[in-house]
Write a protein that binds this ligand. Structure first.
Ligand code: IVH
Length: 710
């Protein structure tokens, strides 16, 4: 397997694990069985052992499947097989779906209904609690098992956790009707909205991530191997259905405990289980719909999240005859609510820059209470989404909160738009570093091209730079990079090679002694000789894996030649571009990423700075860009520049073949003058040396390349 394939299969694995985790933990709906999941995780761990830095680069911190301690622990729950499967419910959304449900039940039971067309079809309507479903097993009235739904057949054993929930009685009451020898009781564990908000407040205070909604809070609180954590969370429970019932010999009892579901709910209550008080016994479809609409309008005052109303055929003998279709009973329907919405003002659009440089627009909203949760931000996804919905800053917008989905802007209330509100213009520069942002071929996402200088991406890029397949600096783990970056010890790759000058500072750092500092520094020293292909790979240019880096290294042979060619290839009609895409395996998408990387002056400056610290093997690093007007010139920089630091500017000039010196003399060709320049500028004027402003200098660094539309 080539290393690039390696990277690809690791990315694929990581994506599969993330999808499985999401389905399992967020949606309570696994997409694979445990054996399959374990196989994926073991495969990931093998890769991680062999390629720790690549693993770290692929999986951002906290998302690494091996690092997700909580998740791993949750996977450590014992399994529990349900005696009777826990099924889901069919969903309906429109009133018409309810009519169809009534009709299908009547059709199914036509023997009875044909004989007596006036026969009432009683339906029990109950709020559909948006929590975590749970099956409680009582033997001789004693709680002996509790399990999550899992895949419907097998769940996780959460008995210890359930024993800490005050709403769940450890012992059923013997109120007139004694509980059977064994009974599975199904219900929902949930969180009150007020408790959810308070929990999140305390998590913010403790620097912990917040739960997305009350349901996730409930699931996260129950799935704790340490049940003292569960005990500290104010979890609630409602019982609403029965599973298996057995006699003392373990034989299934099929005769219903009560003739109707309505009476069974009563019995549950008598046994000491909480039953939702909002249930209603309805005698026809109109009553059912009236109840649904009533609950929908009351739900914001309930104090807990519900996402619909469940209708159940009341007579158990009919339930038994109706039975089950593939995944849900024929005798029940979940009539879901439309997502809750509200109207508010869009105060601003902020841009977040992710670790891979993706620019994500976020709506900053006038805070609004939607169904008990304060919403102040919503995702806008990407520039296309903003344009498609014509969302403008200052607009009144309809916002929707649906389940665990991040709040969405449904649409703009155009009637309320203030006249002359200008359309939103998506920034073309990265807000973090000022580099150009551009779209990848065909993608909706805008990305910052300043990978090496952008603070949002810096740690990620540095980590990639030192990774085993990159420059391979072993003692430089992610934590060190993060800490050094935070404290300003390293900002760009070149800084790594200048760490030796900061030995004293390193020695004063907590956890660092003479030996570890010297080990690190000597490791760095040994890496000053870098093979060209590793160097190209280490730059972290999008889509440039090891195999492509090797191709480029072979093809161009020399880094500055490569850079020069990529600058020229900005013009797609150039020979340079034709040469580039002629290389086997380099298509237009990869070409575009390469060109964009080198077109960014910040990147070139960082690379040039780096080339001052290392030596490339297999390439003539000192070669100059022969057609740059700066090639062979002697230059001085003085005063403060606006677009880059003087160090970056110096490196950029050197990358074009200029020699940069400190003092002005008659041998100086150019003096670049920034703000507050002093005596050097005066001396240059006196010696009649060509003075350049910053923008003139920058233009010269670009000008030797034909602009795309020239
Ligand atoms: S009855 C055989 N009643 O909704 C069906 N389910 O979407 C037994 N739920 O997995 C379920 N409130 O977790 C029933 N009053 C209620 C419910 C309810 C919430 C959940 C339950 C089920 C899911 C189906």
């Amino acid at each position: 397997m080539t290393s690039e394939n390696h990277e690809e299969s690791m990315r694929h694995l990581a994506a599969q694990i993330a999808a499985a985790d999401m389905a399992y933990y967020q949606h309570d709906a696994p997409i694979m069985d445990d054996a399959e999941y374990d196989r994926l995780r073991q495969a990931w761990q093998r890769h991680e052992r062999d390629h720790p830095l690549l693993a770290a680069a692929i999986m951002p911190e906290g998302e690494n499947p091996s690092a997700r301690i909580g998740a791993v622990a949750a996977r450590g729950f014992k399994k529990k097989t349900h005696r009777q499967p826990m099924l889901s419910l069919d969903n309906g959304f429109a009133d018409g779906d309810v009519a169809a449900f009534f009709k299908s039940v009547r059709d199914y039971l036509r023997r009875d209904f044909a004989a007596d067309p006036d026969l009432a079809l009683e339906i029990v309507a109950e709020p559909k609690i948006d929590g975590l479903s749970c099956s409680l097993t009582y033997a001789n009235g004693q709680l002996v098992a509790a399990a999550t739904r899992g895949d419907g057949q097998i769940g996780e054993d959460i008995l210890a956790n359930c024993l800490t929930i005050a709403d769940i009685p450890p012992q059923l009451h013997n109120a007139g009707t004694p509980p059977p020898d064994l009974i599975e009781i199904r219900g929902e564990i949930y969180f009150l909205i007020a408790d959810f908000l308070a929990l999140n407040q305390s998590r913010i205070a403790a620097g912990e991530p917040q739960f997305a909604n009350p349901r996730n809070a409930a699931a996260g609180s129950v799935r704790q191997l340490d049940c003292s954590v569960t005990a500290a969370r104010p979890l609630k429970f409602f019982a609403y259905a029965v599973g298996a019932v057995e006699d003392k010999n373990g034989k299934a009892i099929t005769v219903p405990l009560t003739p109707t579901h309505w009476q069974f709910l009563d019995l549950l209550q008598k046994w000491g289980l909480p039953v939702n008080p909002l249930k209603k016994l309805c005698h026809n479809e109109d009553q059912v719909l009236a109840f649904y609409h009533q609950i929908d309008s009351d739900r914001k005052n309930l104090g807990y999240d519900i996402d619909g109303v469940v209708y159940k055929v009341n007579r158990f003998d009919w339930q038994q005859r109706l039975g089950f279709a593939a995944r849900a009973p024929r005798w029940a329907l979940a009539h879901k609510f439309a997502a809750e919405q509200g109207e508010t003002t869009l105060n601003a659009i902020s841009i977040q820059v992710g670790r891979t440089g993706a620019l994500t627009p976020v709506a900053e909203l006038q805070p609004i209470n939607i169904g008990g949760v304060i919403v102040s931000r919503a995702s806008l996804h990407n520039p296309d989404e903003i344009a498609r919905k014509d969302i403008r800053v200052g607009d009144t917008v309809r916002v929707q909160r649906a389940g665990d989905v991040i709040p969405q802007i449904v649409r703009v209330v155009v009637e309320k738009r203030i006249a002359n509100t200008p359309p939103y213009e998506f920034p073309s520069l990265c807000p973090e570093c000022g580099s150009e942002a551009r779209r990848e071929g065909g993608e909706a996402v805008m990305r910052c091209t300043g990978g090496l200088v952008c603070p949002a991406q810096a740690v990620e890029r540095l980590r990639h730079f030192v990774s085993r397949d990159g420059v391979n600096i072993e003692g430089m783990g992610e934590k060190h990079i993060q800490n050094f970056y935070q404290d300003g010890l390293i900002r760009t790759p070149a800084d790594i090679f200048r760490l030796a000058r900061r030995r004293d500072e390193l020695l004063q750092r907590e956890g660092w002694g003479q030996k570890s500092v010297d080990n690190l520094l000597s490791e760095i020293e040994q890496r000053r000789l870098v093979p060209l292909d590793r160097f190209i790979y280490a730059l972290g240019i999008r889509q440039i894996g090891q195999a492509t880096a090797k191709l480029l290294s072979h093809h161009y042979g020399d880094f500055l030649h490569l850079q020069n060619e990529m600058l020229a290839a900005a013009n797609v009609d150039s020979d340079a571009y034709a040469n580039l895409v002629r290389i086997n395996q380099i298509g237009t998408a990869i070409a575009a990423d390469l060109v964009a990387f080198f077109a960014e002056p910040h990147n070139r400056a960082v690379v040039a700075d780096l080339l001052g610290e290392i030596n490339l093997v297999g390439g003539a690093a000192a070669a100059v860009i022969s057609d740059s007007p700066l090639a062979g010139k002697t230059m001085v920089f003085t005063g403060e520049l606006d677009k880059m630091t003087r160090r970056e500017a110096k490196a950029l000039a050197e990358s074009q073949g200029a020699k940069v010196v400190d003092s002005v003399s008659k041998n100086t060709d150019y003096v670049v003058v920034g703000r507050d320049a002093g005596s050097k500028a005066e001396k240059a004027a006196a010696l009649h040396i060509k003075i350049l402003r910053e923008d003139e200098f920058l233009a010269m660094t670009n000008n030797h390349v034909q602009a795309p539309n020239d």
